[in-house]
Write a protein that binds this ligand. Structure first.
Ligand code: M6R
Length: 581
């Protein structure tokens, strides 16, 4: 949700080639509007995406710049609501990721403040001007005051005209800093995540909550909210920049779907090598706990359902909960091991409950794709998904690796599964089902509703496939437990209604559900692992079937999106990393 970048360099850098190049790499975080400001006070911004903006701006060379790509929360998508914002005189300029919950209170502290925008962010610039220029505080004192009076989530980059330093403040929203030697004689880059600079360096510092940094072109210092010095150590990371390019593919979604044989293999190999110890330690925590609770959202929630399915088969007490409803539907005690699953590792709906329970549970296991993300840094033990950067908003390869990671853990706890065959079968499935997915996409692309039915391990996949129809194709879809159909939803089935039935083996209950909808005229599409379906995936156990069935959903939703000419990688209203609660 919103991406921010700041560059402070020893020699001038270009806002087009450097700042906006890095911002573009964060565009998956939000793409409603874009803007950039220089230390000299020039602000350019516009509603829309980075590429058209870059084509029209005036390029400047500067030693300090900040930029922002927005996912709108407070205020509509417009130029005036775009960042950077400044105070009325243009002296203080900010970019902000997060939500200032008491923006009205902040505004009341600044006499005469009349924001131009509807955002919760513009007041930050006015606040700093007032505290520094009117009240006579130093920048540091004003920052400490900001921490005292502000409620909400924020990563803020602040520049003041005539001051060669940049100020970075962080609470609850992610912020990283890196030294990039090859940029304009050496530069510090501040960014929402490592993707901004991963083509330049493999090392970064990650800010803790309630800390701020004062960054000069050649040095930086970090402090706690009270002004005491705060130590930050660099972490190395591997995050391939090649993954940020489309190569020969028209969309990142298809590129990422097709990468899965390799990304699955990479994860499985890591279980024998670099992640062997973490995997054992993670499984040991699960073994010791009286109960296991999974915490996650969206697609990651669907992976957690598979995790709970496998653990229940092994007689572990395992529960899942959608993280935003955590406090309403689940209890955690000292014998509960919590597992958070998240591609980004930055989903605020997951982070907020984790922070509440972390001291009261038996430990936190994190399964994340983005290294050094907040959720990973909160965890007792963690596994990296090693899927590489996922750019398409819709999660595909990271999801498959989430399921494989859970299978790796389940296997260590006694679940009977041969993981080594999975990459090959993924490859085979993708090849086998491609023609039928294209054909079905032609048939279904003008439909307004699709139902997906599953039971057991296939139920989460029914939900996941339906989510993709909504997210990518803007088709209303319902993924449900087949058994629930006759308790209400069956009333919606009419002549020709498309119903996808996920049927591993010869699951009798699923076959009954298929017949029930066919009796009402539904157009059923059976996905089978016994060769008896319209769509056939390799023979497999039930948990494994879930992976292959889901590949069908991902490919079909992709081809429907193509047929409907939709912005597949950046669906309307969404963002890859949901960093507001
Ligand atoms: O980064 P996370 O895995 O925590 O994200 C959770 C959801 O926002 C995410 O899975 C979302 O549902 C995807 N866009 C679905 O494709």
């Amino acid at each position: 949700m919103c991406g921010i970048v700041g560059i402070l360099s020893e020699q001038p850098h270009s806002i087009r080639s450097n700042t906006l190049h890095m911002l573009k790499r964060l565009e998956y975080r939000g793409y409603d509007s874009v803007g950039v400001a220089t230390l000299e006070g020039d602000i350019q911004k516009e509603a829309g995406q980075v590429d058209p903006f870059v084509a029209t701006i005036t390029d400047y060379e500067t030693c300090g710049s900040i930029a922002h790509t927005r996912w709108a929360t407070h205020g509509g998508v417009s130029r005036v609501n775009s960042h950077p914002h400044s105070d009325a005189t243009g002296e203080f300029m900010i970019v902000h990721n997060g939500i200032i919950e008491n923006a009205d209170e902040l505004q009341a502290m600044v006499p005469g403040c009349r924001p131009l925008s509807e955002t919760d962010s513009e007041v930050i610039a006015a606040f700093f001007r007032h505290r520094v220029v009117e009240d006579g505080l130093s920048m540091e004192e004003a920052i400490q005051d900001f921490f005292r009076v502000t409620e909400g989530t924020y990563a803020v980059l602040l520049m003041r005209k005539g001051d060669e330093r940049m100020y970075a403040l962080k609470h609850n929203s992610p912020l990283a800093l890196a030294r990039v030697g090859g940029l304009a004689g050496g530069a510090f880059v501040l960014a929402s995540d490592i993707s901004a600079f991963s083509d330049e360096t493999g090392e970064a510092y990650f800010f803790d909550d309630m800390t701020y940094a004062i960054v000069a072109p050649d040095a930086f210092e970090v402090f706690g909210a009270d002004g005491a010095a705060h130590a930050m150590v660099p972490h190395s990371f591997e995050w391939s920049s090649e993954e940020a390019t489309l190569e020969e593919h028209p969309h990142f979604m298809i590129k990422e779907i097709l990468e899965q044989p390799q990304t699955a293999l990479r994860l499985l190999e890591s279980f024998r090598t670099i992640q062997s110890e973490p995997l054992t330690a993670f499984a040991a925590h699960m073994k010791r706990a009286r109960r296991i609770v999974f915490l996650s959202c969206g697609t990651s929630y669907h992976a957690s359902l598979i995790g709970a399915f496998m653990l229940n088969q092994l007689n572990y007490e395992a529960h899942t909960v959608i993280a935003s409803e955590f406090e309403n539907f689940i209890l955690v005690d000292a014998s509960t091991f919590v597992i958070a699953i998240s591609q980004s590792g930055e989903t605020m709906d997951v982070i907020l409950p984790l922070k509440q329970i972390i001291d009261d549970c038996a430990g936190l296991g994190a399964i994340v794709n983005v290294p050094h993300s907040t959720i990973q840094r909160l965890s007792t033990v963690s596994l990296d998904l090693l899927a590489g950067q996922e750019i398409c908003v819709a999660s595909t390869k990271a999801f498959t690796n989430q399921v494989i990671a859970l299978m790796g853990l389940a296997e260590r706890l006694g679940f009977d599964i041969d993981l080594s065959v999975i990459p090959g079968k993924i490859s085979q499935t993708l090849e086998d089902i491609d023609p039928i997915c294209k054909h079905l996409a032609d048939e279904l692309s003008d439909r307004n509703e699709i139902y997906v039915l599953g039971r057991g391990a296939a139920y989460p996949m029914a939900r996941e496939i339906a989510l993709k129809f909504k997210e990518i194709d803007y088709i209303h879809a319902e993924g449900m437990m087949a058994g629930e159909l006759k308790h209400g939803t069956l009333a919606l089935i009419e002549d020709g209604t498309p119903v996808i039935c996920l049927i591993p083996g010869s699951d009798r209950s699923m076959l009954s559900s298929q017949r029930e909808v066919e009796a009402r005229g539904a157009r059923t599409i059976v996905v089978s692992n016994t060769g008896e379906g319209e769509v056939n995936v390799p023979p497999s156990g039930n948990a494994e079937f879930a992976i292959y069935a889901c590949l069908f959903g991902h490919l079909l939703s992709y081809y429907i999106g193509v047929a409907r000419d939709l912005p597949i990688d950046k669906p309307r209203n969404l963002a890859k990393s949901v960093t507001v609660g």
